[in-house]
Design a protein around this ligand. Sequence first.
Ligand SMILES: NC(=O)C1=CN([C@@H]2O[C@H](COP(=O)(O)OP(=O)(O)OC[C@H]3O[C@@H](n4cnc5c(N)ncnc54)[C@H](O)[C@@H]3O)[C@@H](O)[C@H]2O)C=CC1
Ligand SMILES: CC(=O)C(=O)O
Ligand SMILES: [Mg+2]
Length: 622
Amino acid sequence: MSLRIPLPAGLSRSQSTQDLIKYSSADAIDGIARNPSHEDQKKVTASLPQNTVPKNPITMSTRFDTSYEPQLRQNLHISGLVPPVVESHDIQIKRCLRAIASKKTEIDKYIYLSHLRNSNFNLFYRLLIDNMREITPLVYTPVVGEACENWSHIFSEPEGMYLSWADRGHLSDIINNWPEKEVDITVVTDGSRILGLGDLGVGGIGISIGKLALYTACAGIHPTKTLPIVIDLGTDNERLLNDELYLGSKMKRLGEKEMMKFLDELMVALKTRWPSIIIQFEDFKNPFPSLAKYQNMYTCFNDDIQGTGAVILAGVINAVRETKIPPQDQRLVFLGAGSAGVGVARQIMEMFKKEGNLSEDEARKLFYLVDSKGLVTNDRGDKLAEHKIVFSRSDNNGQQYKTLDEVIDYVKPTILMGLSTIGGAFTEDIIKKMTNFSERPIIFPLSNPVSKSECTFVDAMKHTDEKVLFASGSPFPNYEGKNGKIYEAGQGNNMYVFPGIGMGAIVSQASLINQDMIYASAEYLASSLTPEEHADGLLYPRINRIREVSARVALGVVRAAERNHVARNPEINGMDDETLVEYIKQKMYDPSAVPTEATETEPDMWTWLTSKLSLPWSHSKL
Ligand SMILES: NC(=O)C1=CN([C@@H]2O[C@H](COP(=O)(O)OP(=O)(O)OC[C@H]3O[C@@H](n4cnc5c(N)ncnc54)[C@H](O)[C@@H]3O)[C@@H](O)[C@H]2O)C=CC1
Ligand SMILES: CC(=O)C(=O)O
Ligand SMILES: [Mg+2]
């Protein structure tokens, strides 16, 4: 039985890795995707609706780019306010890279990059898109974790909205304070479980900002159309409560009831101001109630349950194929039975049902979930949280398995997943044991940031004699094998799907984001690897191709939205895959697409200054 998922129509597997790296050029992206003739390509583009090509207006925070020609500077009234040289983004990026290299700590690099984003987001995104592998870890996991932990100490500009319990009853008015007229997508966290770092209170806004930066870099959602939000319902983090610099409300975290009340009001406020807004829930300690309540009412999804489920499903599809063991003969142990663990287990179970022709019950029996109390069983004596019940075992003959070691000996798994927040939990002994149960053990330590990863890439490679099929939540450096071969660690992080899910929902104007759309994101991701990536043993595409990959994921999401009758954009009716993917790409923000001349309506310096003074921060459009 083959698990190979067919490529979406038009996706070529024939391009070289070198080509892929040049994805920032529109021609290169097209070449990778379809390898069309130039004439074919023109036909596709000509058939697109005329308003597709996005405008990229000069905004307050792109106003002082040194790439502007003298005439444009005059029109913008910025002559003399920028150094005289006119230089390309490439040259400016060299300066940025030098500046980053000169910073002594990673958090200093993070701070520098935040300032760059706020002072010239076109340059920031050019830098990020062209250097995904190097810069992503500085704006996302792992460094964003450190930033969130220290948020109240490094804070200098708002960059998003802080909504507190004291604001309830007025959330609509407060949402109206956001200076941008159009918002396509928001990431909302309550800061209660940031990566594997626990309750970081309002510092959690760093994760909303980081996720949205990736929406822009990976899927081309315009930066001004993204809105990071943290809801501040207190914190149980004593360090923060005792810190005079803490920026949030100094009170104990409120309970589930208050949170739902607050979210009810927030959802209405967001939808009232921006009726088509996509809402992504992120890093809630208990995200199940909000997903259950809102998923059929709003265009929303939960990244930790659904995004993670989809991205790991994609990696597992590719890894299971390598093991040559059919789904019905796989056995999976999950360390961690929280939102991510259960979300991932659910998605893989769906795939096993489909690909292995298994009933729900047969598929479910392949999964063994372990939480802080041991193997999740019906008779272990505690009241199980609702989300765990579906995977709770009843075949343990009254025996309770308390440690991961015991569970491994009992289950003899072929697949080991880590979503536990326990760094180093996959010991040498455990990794070695995995080689007894499968020639190619699948070991995915997925907890973030790196310090919480259940094992390192080096350990997984060494202790399995380089046989492991590996993916981690945070990036690991390459590993040089015994024969000098260089192995790359797969990054099983929801960043491979959430940008495409969001973009797909925006492009299709989806009224809802349902399971079929989430599952499609995994299928299209799994099938997006090039032959070279397969040959190199990768489970995920190389990260420098992520913009191309996100367009493919978005295509899958749009197709699923259409199948499920939740797509509302009449422009996409009847488009074939080739035209649709072109349409998606043309919607993508390109940081280099700046106008060469400003219109006469550009304000002079005085108007600019007054508008800047009256606005909370500098991203506002003129
Ligand atoms: N790679 C990725 O894309 C993603 C990774 N994650 C990571 O997964 C981790 C968990 O996230 P959530 O499930 O949302 O958190 P959660 O708090 O809902 O779940 C954590 C789970 O780990 C279990 N656990 C805690 N200590 C344990 C111990 N000593 N032994 C065994 N189990 C233990 C808990 O009982 C719970 O079931 C975090 O580190 C997060 O960063 C989450 C989402 C996406
Ligand atoms: C990646 C992510 O969403 C998390 O670690 O929570
Ligand atoms: Mg998360």
